[in-house]
Design a protein around this ligand. Structure first.
Ligand SMILES: O=C(O)CCC(=O)C(=O)O
Length: 309
């Protein structure tokens, strides 16, 4: 019950004013009567015109970005179909040496207990501990390409490192990391070793980003004035499973080579396949980016997102 109390999140947020100024500025611009520490969810924006938040100016086109122009034709082609497919793959984005350096860094940080696993097998926010990881997530050429893909200025929000398959059921990141207007998030997934069918590859549903954004409303998880919704996360997963079945959409599996990178759209349905061969690891890294000129929050828990500046 305590975990559902909006007041407990508000108290926590109250002491993180600086990291919540980003949203507060936009609330003010929109005339929303909301404190920086208040709960926030999609319902708050029902009456707000999405065009009242202009997109960032001066964002170059994908074809004019430095990274795009250095890529092989197959990766360029994949990036060009991002808008229709909701994902793009860049083959051999990182060199084998860079990937080895990342894996060594993770191993060393685990040994030093500078980082640890959360939610079973996720190493969260290692970018806060490693300049190397942060420099990869914040590589200006990658940032430029990602910004061009959504024609909005973006900023690295979090990293997740895995040594084993996530085995996470199909979801859209927009239930976890949401924006107003919707769509201001990108995920970047990097294979830190070869990943095959038996060590839990990433899966995704091409084109699924064009489906509606399924949010708290869609599985009766809005809660009330005092409490966030009471439906467990498995209820969300079940709702999506049903939608996928009804819609007959087709799954793809990303069997990746060490250093390959996949970008997903804020609403692309994706997850992790079963990791059946436990003799193997599944080393990978995810970066999530928020569009800086949007309200950034967590729909499922109705918390504003704490942004590092
Ligand atoms: O790496 C995976 O298997 C899935 C990761 C994922 O779904 C996510 O970070 O949103």
């Amino acid at each position: 019950m305590i975990k559902r109390l909006k007041a407990s999140y508000m108290l926590y947020n109250f002491f993180h004013r600086k990291k919540l100024q980003h949203n507060a500025r936009i609330y003010k611009k929109l005339g929303l009567r909301k404190w920086y520490f208040s709960p926030v969810c999609n319902k708050d924006f029902e009456k707000v015109d999405r065009n009242s938040i202009p997109k960032s100016d001066n964002i170059t086109t994908v074809e004019n970005t430095q990274l795009f122009n250095k890529l092989e034709a197959d990766s360029q082609k994949s990036i060009e179909q991002f808008e229709t497919q909701g994902y793009a793959i860049i083959n051999s984005y990182l060199t084998s040496e860079t990937v080895d350096a990342i894996n060594n860094e993770i191993e060393e940080m685990l040994k030093q207990q500078a980082i640890d696993f959360k939610y079973r097998n996720k190493i969260m926010f290692a970018i806060h501990k490693s300049a190397l990881l942060r420099s990869i997530g914040e590589d200006p050429r990658l940032i430029e390409l990602l910004s061009a893909l959504i024609q909005d200025k973006i900023k690295l929000f979090q990293s997740i490192n895995f040594l084993t398959g996530s085995e996470q059921k199909t979801h859209s990141d927009s239930i976890h990391m949401t924006t107003f207007p919707l769509g201001g998030l990108l995920g970047v997934w990097i294979a830190l070793e070869d990943i095959e069918l038996d060590n839990g590859p990433l899966h995704y549903y091409p084109g699924s980003h064009s489906l509606p954004y399924y949010l708290n409303d869609d599985y009766d998880n809005n809660g009330n004035f005092l409490l966030i919704g009471k439906k467990g996360y498995t209820e969300y997963e079940k709702m999506l499973e049903k939608k996928i079945e009804e819609l007959h959409i087709k799954k793809s599996v990303f069997t990746a080579k060490k250093g390959d990178l996949l970008i997903w759209h804020a609403n692309l349905l994706h997850g992790g396949e079963p990791h059946t061969n436990k003799a193997k690891t599944r080393k990978s890294m995810v970066f999530h980016y928020f569009a800086v000129d949007r309200i950034c929050y967590h729909e499922i828990t109705q918390r504003p997102a704490l942004m590092e500046y």
